[in-house]
Design a protein around this ligand. Structure first.
Ligand code: NAD
Ligand code: TYD
Length: 373
């Protein structure tokens, strides 16, 4: 990128303004962190198919238990000129510095994180390291270098809602778990690098995602797999906690729109317009699986539901007001929960090989530890 263009972008970032590019042409080389995880891999699949992205993706992933190269099977062959994978830890400044030096990175899309609330309660250390220190490393390396740093965050930074209300971009941060506290810290660092160093940033805070390639320790894939296998379906507490659910491809579309046209220095909430109690999510999955693959013994999957000990500090309700994203960038979710969950269940049935391989040692030992099996 020419120095004059970089200077103009910096000035715009300082003013909170951005001369809107009509497409993604200013991002030739995009560094995607955590691209072997659930949302990152969906994003890579999505972005490489977009007509307004002709550049290259450099996917950096440490391959923790949650990172699975099989999520991107075939991508390196199909897009050999436009995709590179590098196994590295975002906390390793030297390794990351080498990547920034070897590629002329124009934009960073930062997904890499420890992402599971229950693990953050059991073992918080890696959350602090990766989510806070790892983000700090990337920000330092991006300073004076990239045209955009897009930070992927969560609605959980806002804490918990009572019966009414929605999270807006103005809602004060009140994180309740080590996971959400570490994500909140990283959001603050990203904001500070924009204010202090004029790094052009955008931040998106999204509600709960579901869809293909999600590691089956999270509610929806866990319930789908256990239902298919006739195992018990653990519901925390009384099952009345509410989450807003978003199909992962809708999230990817929102991220790409924000990267192209979002105002620099700003935050955008992303939501599914789909609040549901956990127990209703689980019942719906049971009913759809009963319809798609009826059991030989005609037993109903709902009978497998088991109420288990609640999560400590369990947030009651999340609900997102995404009117800013709708108003400014014209985004609304395409999928309803019914259409998205049907696709997701079908994907799990059609991809038994992926499912079987994911249920490897680390997955089984977490399930045993966490659910006292
Ligand atoms: P995930 O756990 O499935 O994937 C995380 C990826 O990051 C994995 O591939 C892992 O190997 C990689 N990673 C972890 N530590 C790393 C490190 N130190 N260096 C390099 N790579 C590392 O997570 P996800 O569900 O895909 O979430 C992606 C992002 O989206 C996270 O930042 C999360 O906070 C955010 N988010 C997730 C949801 C959701 O519902 N899953 C909702 C809102 C926001
Ligand atoms: P989860 O998928 O872990 O996402 P998050 O905690 O980030 O919202 O959990 C979604 C909801 O489902 C949450 O309220 C906790 C609940 N839950 C269960 O009831 N049983 C389970 O086995 C799991 C993993 C989650």
């Amino acid at each position: 990128m020419a120095t004059s263009q970089r200077r103009r972008m910096r000035r715009n970032a300082e003013n909170g303004l951005f001369t809107k590019p009509s497409n993604g042409d200013f991002m030739k080389n995009i560094l995607v962190t955590g691209g072997c995880g659930f949302i990152g891999s969906n994003f890579i699949h999505y972005l490489l198919e977009q007509p307004d992205f002709t550049g290259r993706i450099i996917n950096v992933d440490k391959l923790t238990y949650a990172g699975n190269p099989e999520n991107l099977a075939g991508i390196a062959e199909r897009f050999s000129e436009r995709y590179d994978f590098i196994k590295a830890d975002i906390c390793d400044r030297e390794a990351m510095s080498e990547i920034f030096n070897n590629y002329k990175i124009d934009a960073v899309c930062h997904f890499a994180a420890e992402s599971h609330v229950d693990r953050s309660i059991a073992e918080p250390d890696s959350f602090i390291k990766t989510n806070i220190f790892g983000t700090f490393n990337l920000l330092e390396l991006s300073r004076n270098r990239v045209a955009l740093f897009h930070h992927i965050s969560t609605d959980e930074v806002y804490g918990s809602l009572g019966k009414d209300g929605f999270f807006t971009e103005q809602t004060p941060y009140r994180p309740n778990s080590p996971y959400s506290a570490s994500k909140a810290s990283s959001d603050h660092l990203v904001r500070a690098y924009n204010k202090t160093y004029s790094l052009p940033v955008t931040i998106s805070n999204c509600s709960n995602n579901y869809g293909p390639y999600q590691f089956p320790e999270k509610l929806i894939p866990l319930i789908i797999l256990n239902s298919l296998e006739g195992k018990s379906l653990p519901v925390y507490g009384d099952g009345r906690n509410i989450r807003d659910w978003l199909y992962v491809e809708d999230h990817c579309r929102a991220v790409w729109l924000i990267m192209k046209n979002g105002k620099r220095g700003e935050t955008y909430n992303i939501g599914g317009n789909c609040e549901m109690r956990n127990i209703d999510v689980v019942r719906m999955i049971c009913d759809i699986i009963d319809e798609m693959v009826p059991r030989d013994d005609s037993m109903l999957r709902r009978d497998l539901i088991t109420f288990v000990k609640d999560r400590p500090g369990h947030d009651l309700r999340y609900a997102i007001d995404f009117s800013k994203l709708q108003r400014e960038l014209g985004w609304v979710p395409d999928e309803s929960f019914e259409s998205g969950i049907r696709k997701t269940i079908k994907w799990h049935i059609d991809n038994k090989g992926w499912v079987d391989r994911v249920k490897s040692g680390e997955y089984m030992s977490w399930i045993e530890r966490h659910y006292n099996l």
